[in-house]
Design a protein around this ligand. Structure first.
Ligand code: ADP
Length: 368
């Protein structure tokens, strides 16, 4: 397996603005790195530059310390798995998996061994004699994975490999690829637009937008400490709520004062905001749907509360998403599925201000 180094890589197509602007990152040996972002943000272009299918306009790409900018795809020792698995319809599963190895003229015995091992890992040993048309979507995707595993490449590149599968199968295959990663100890770069895939599979996530890396960090850090408004809004479903307000002081306590809320800010957070010059300034507070809960009817309501009116209640069984309005603000609240909230209900919400993230209005960067 191998490490990858992107040294300020840029890709421009003709006179267009750059598809990838300044990609600078190390991928560690055995790491599963997920590139995630909206359509057109430059994920596939980045992957295709690693594969050698696109030229690199500026910067250097290293695989295991060797510059590969000018190395043709076939010499890069990389295997790619696509959304469209493109199996040869007239060949058996065995032949599909063996095809690349036969081209490389490996001895028959070794080919058979490698196919057998990969088929065992993917639990498709009983399907080796079948043709692709006699396979389910999930089985075909396993064959496509198998075809890349038998090559024992330095790096696996996966471009939305699960997008063609139905929702349930996607969840299963997601776990399968994670298992595969652990078993092969492979370096994998995985592209997806699906933030759930990114969160569940990645050792590290690179969130991209408009050709730029917005943040590269662990799933935990990306979710709990997003670098900016874009990352905060893109990762997490339902999305983080954003409320505008001002940082104000009253009687020795700092508050976040919005159109309909006055929320006390925990001491340590307030100290950071004040120290960084935000006292009296407008900011955006980000609150995840699970950081708002029903305050109940307790005699001692929590300090940080928000009054809202429920507009739409989506019950998913295990949980309920309540879309509510509070003054000028709209917010989504994640409640237990057994909650009794109905559209039109006035609700009192307890706000977990310890988890609030504050963003600069101009730079849109989070302030920690
Ligand atoms: P993603 O994979 O994140 O959806 P892409 O990497 O495919 O995004 O595309 C990034 C940008 O580069 C887009 O604006 C896209 O239109 C442009 N682009 C991609 N491939 C080409 C190409 N072959 N020629 C011109 N522009 C391209």
């Amino acid at each position: 397996m191998a490490s990858l180094t992107f040294d300020h890589i840029k890709k421009t197509y003709g006179a267009q603005s750059a598809a990838v602007k300044d990609f600078h990152l190390d991928v560690k040996d055995e790491e599963l790195l997920v590139l995630v972002g909206p359509s057109g943000c430059g994920k596939s272009t980045t992957l295709r530059m690693i594969a050698g299918l696109e030229s690199i306009s500026e910067g250097k790409l290293y695989i295991d310390g060797d510059a590969v900018n000018d190395l043709p795809p076939k010499d890069r020792d990389i295997a790619m798995v696509f959304q469209n698995y493109a199996l040869y319809p007239h060949m058996t599963v065995f032949d599909n998996m063996a095809f690349g190895l036969k081209l490389r003229k490996l001895p028959k015995k070794e080919i058979a061994e490698r196919v057998r091992t990969a088929a065992d890992i993917l639990e498709i040993g009983h399907l080796l004699k079948r043709k692709p048309k006699a396979l389910s979507g999930g089985q075909r995707q396993r064959v496509a994975l198998g075809r890349s595993i038998v090559r024992e490449p330095k790096v696996f590149l996966m471009d939305e490999p699960l997008s063609n599968l139905d929702a349930k199968l996607r969840v299963t295959m997601r776990a399968e690829i994670s298992k595969l990663h652990q078993r092969l100890k492979a370096t994998i770069v995985y592209v997806t637009h699906d933030q759930t895939e990114a969160m569940t599979m990645g050792d590290r996530i690179v969130v991209m937008n408009e050709g730029d890396i917005q943040q590269a960090a662990s799933p935990h850090e990306i979710y709990h400490y997003p670098a900016n408004l874009f990352v905060a809004g893109f990762i997490g479903s339902p999305s983080m709520n954003f409320i505008k307000g001002a940082i104000e002081e009253g009687h020795g306590q700092w508050y976040f004062a919005g159109s309909s809320v006055r929320l006390p800010i925990p001491k340590e957070k307030a100290a950071v905001l004040v120290q960084k010059g935000y006292s009296g300034k407008e900011m955006i507070a980000g609150l995840r749907p699970e950081h708002l809960t029903l305050a109940g009817q307790s005699e001692h309501p929590p300090e940080a509360v928000c009054r809202a009116v429920a507009e739409v209640c989506e019950n998913l069984g295990a949980e309920m998403y309540v879309h509510a309005v509070s003054g000028d603000d709209r917010m989504t609240i994640r409640l237990d599925g057994a909650s009794q909230v109905k559209p039109g209900d006035a609700i009192l919400l307890a706000v977990n201000m310890n988890r609030a993230v504050f963003f600069d209005v101009d730079t849109e960067n989070a302030v920690y």
